[in-house]
Design a protein around this ligand. Structure first.
Ligand code: IVH
Length: 706
């Protein structure tokens, strides 16, 4: 590559050619930048090319291209960032919507910890900032890494960009050796308005709301763009720490403020739910004048020892909740109702609306849930909306709550056109013409076509490659649709034979618009990389009805390996017997989910498709965290009688964190019985079977070093 000094030597013709080349190379780096582990260009090379482009343009301003890379805003693909594995997962928050939800939250916390009503329990309350979360890692007081949340365990490395944000110190005087500060990147209202005005003037991308603007500005491959954007940051939490920050949430936040972080001035401690809700009202009253977007108030247990004891559910902490502000509303015309067929065959009616702004976002599609909802009935035959049905042409109310898909909430009958007809919900699948059936008690009408229905097959594939599932770089929903349309991929297993299939015929892919040799090879590499897959991701990716991400985790944790899981599902097929009982005994797995699992895995077509997939994969057994050196890892523990130092739920969660399996009944397989006062038949059975029995103190001593 020519050095910057050589630019002085360039003649006009050569400069023009070079600008054309740079524009192409940089555009390619932006769009076809698949396979982050073997990127076309390193970040440094990318930056150098961009600088070179700027320097040539500075010398020959009249040669600047209309598609100049200097002006490319928001074109940075996520593939351009390297990945960062979070030392401590970045989780989300459970939501509450009214005072009752908050009282329930307090009740749950107290029950879990065994704290009676009479004992005061403090919480903090602070605004929930509507931005994007960022984790900042400091080592010996120096900012060494900044990462976005990503999927919660792996985020994007945006260190260079974070360094440009004024509210983020890059050097802290007195800090623990390792300190991960977490908080929210956001953009203020005035800065957002000014940015959009500038963007309009320069023909750049105009952002829908401050959050999108903040996200688009932080996630720039070129940190000089981020620097030019007025981003701000509030610190409100932490990840890995080499020593505790404080003993309470409030003191920890104060410490972060002393270290030089911006913390939210509306943070308070509150003694219980009524004070929390009172502070919510105070914050809500100031919402419009704060100068930045907030979408609720976050409550956290103040005592950090109690936070530690409460721990986490699969994706949210037990010690915090977000009290969300009510949703935003608007009225508009319903122009059409379309039916979409989902991966489990569900026919979902979608409202096509005359575009309307709801809480700063333009909405033109909204969900209508199901046929009863359109008809004004609930699924038990009762009325909703006072029995008013919804018709094409109606004036409807659109409702939007944060990230939730907008929905049509109400209809204004006084504005109904005279010729509006009641909506006739289809009884055949609009995609494959199979019968669309409703099971008794099910609100949803489903296509009976199974895998022969192209819509179901494609949706299943899209789910399979989605972020929480196989997450294959370069193979997103769009590519899946394309490949399915070309009959290159009909089922998940085909993804893994794509390369063989094309072997020499790879030309076909290469000749496709948007695909070159490099990107095709990157895709094959990305696919190969995902052959090694965790059991929980695999279970989730199968797209079985009712089996979500959290449940897949629990199931994977329970069975440990694909073979054990698969054998158990086959053994539980009849929905009775020990294997079935063992499945529904998993905390968080109910009979409906269990039924869906065993039923789906026993369907011959589905079964064959999964078997073909498994031969392509290297399914990783569950790596059980934090159990190294744990004296109870892999052992089956039963708790009985009254526990005095912890509640049953807490004891169970802690044992599971240490790798033990907690069971409800004593059998020959039980390794340890922990018996508190009042233990009855279980203690006797354990004694008869010669099972090791401990009292609560004995148990605590056993696990104390773990
Ligand atoms: S605490 C373990 N506090 O809301 C969870 N989150 O809906 C720690 N957020 O992912 C999060 N303001 O991005 C917390 N004051 C606040 C917040 C806040 C905004 C975001 C955060 C989180 C999301 C969950």
């Amino acid at each position: 590559m020519a050095s910057l000094a050589e630019i002085e030597e360039l003649n006009e013709d050569a400069a023009k050619k070079e600008l054309a080349r740079l524009s192409e190379v940089l555009a390619q780096a932006n769009t076809a930048y698949h396979g982050a582990d073997a990127p076309d260009l390193s970040d440094a090379e990318y930056d150098a090319l961009k600088k070179r482009n700027i320097a040539i343009e500075a010398r020959f301003p009249h040669l600047k291209r209309t598609d100049s890379p200097t002006d490319q805003v928001g074109a940075a693909p996520s593939e351009g960032f390297s990945k960062v594995e979070h030392a401590v997962a970045m989780l989300s928050l459970a939501n509450g919507f009214d005072a009752e939800d908050i009282a329930d939250f307090d009740g749950r916390v107290r029950r879990y910890l065994g704290i009676p009503e009479e004992t005061q329990l403090d919480y903090t309350a602070e605004p929930k900032i509507d931005g994007l979360s960022l984790s900042l890692r400091f080592e010996n007081g120096k900012l060494v890494q900044a990462a976005t949340r990503g999927d919660g365990s792996i985020g994007e490395n945006v260190t260079a960009n974070a360094r440009t944000i004024g509210d983020i110190p890059t050097q802290i005087a007195e800090a623990p050796e390792v300190l991960e500060v977490r908080g929210e990147v956001y953009m203020s209202h005035p800065d957002f308005e000014a940015l959009n005005a500038r963007q309009t003037e320069t023909g750049g991308k105009v952002f829908a709301n401050p959050r999108n603007a903040a996200a688009g500005s932080l996630r720039q491959l070129d940190a000089s763009i981020t620097r030019a954007r007025p981003l701000r940051f509030f610190a409100y939490a932490w990840g890995a720490l080499s020593e505790p920050l404080a003993t309470t949430q409030m003191e920890a936040i104060e410490r972060l403020a002393e270290m030089g972080f911006a913390t939210n001035p509306l943070t308070r401690t509150c003694a219980g739910p009524s004070e929390l809700v009172a502070h919510y009202d105070v914050i809500e009253a100031q919402r419009a004048t704060l100068g930045y977007d907030i979408d609720g108030v976050v409550y956290k247990v103040n005592d950090l020892t109690l936070q530690e004891r409460l721990g986490f559910r699969s994706t949210t902490p037990r010690w915090a909740i977000a009290h969300k502000f009510p949703a935003e509303l608007a009225w508009t015309r319903l122009e059409a109702i379309d039916i979409q067929v989902g991966r489990t065959g569900a026919l979902s009616p979608v409202a096509r609306l005359h575009p309307v702004t709801v809480g700063g976002v333009v909405v033109s599609n909204a969900t209508l849930h199901n046929e009863d909802y359109i008809a004004g009935r609930d699924n038990k035959g009762g009325d909703i909306r006072g029995g008013k049905d919804i018709r094409v042409g109606d004036w409807v109310q659109v409702y939007r709550a944060g990230d939730v898909i907008p929905k049509v909430a109400d209809v204004d009958l006084s504005k109904r056109p005279d010729d509006a007809q009641p909506y006739a919900f289809p009884t055949r699948c609009p995609e494959c013409d199979s019968d669309a059936l409703r099971e008794p008690g099910d609100a949803v009408r489903r296509c009976s076509g199974g895998l022969i229905c192209p819509a179901q097959a494609v949706e299943k594939l899209k789910h399979f490659v989605s972020r929480a599932a196989f997450d294959i770089e370069g193979l997103g929903a769009k590519q899946v649709e394309q490949f399915y349309g070309d009959k290159w991929i009909k089922e998940p297993a085909d993804i893994f034979t794509l390369k063989e299939h094309f072997g020499t015929g790879m030309k076909q892919l290469k000749n496709r618009e948007g695909w070159g040799e490099k990107s095709a090879n990157n895709l094959f590499d990305a696919i190969d990389e995902k052959r090694k897959i965790s059991l929980s991701r695999l279970i989730f990716s199968l797209g079985i009805r009712h089996v979500g991400e959290a449940a897949s985790n629990l199931i994977a944790l329970h069975y440990g390996t694909w073979d054990a899981f698969d054998a158990a599902m086959q053994a539980a097929q009849d929905q009775e017997g020990a294997a079935w009982q063992d499945l529904i005994d998993i905390d968080g797995v109910g009979a409906v989910m269990a039924g869906s699992l065993v039923h789906t895995l026993a369907q011959p077509a589905e079964r064959a498709s999964i078997d073909r997939l498994i031969t392509q994969l290297d399914v990783q057994p569950v790596a059980r965290p934090d159990t190294q050196g744990s004296p109870v890892a892999g052992r089956i523990v039963v708790f009985t009688g009254t526990l005095e130092k912890m509640t049953r739920a807490e004891a169970k969660a802690r044992a599971e964190r240490l790798g033990a399996k907690v069971s409800g009944s004593v059998s020959a397989k039980t390794d340890i019985l922990v018996a508190g006062p009042g233990a009855g038949s279980k203690a006797k059975k354990a004694a008869d079977l010669g099972i090791e029995t401990l009292d609560e103190d004995g148990w605590l001593t056993l696990i104390s070093d773990a």
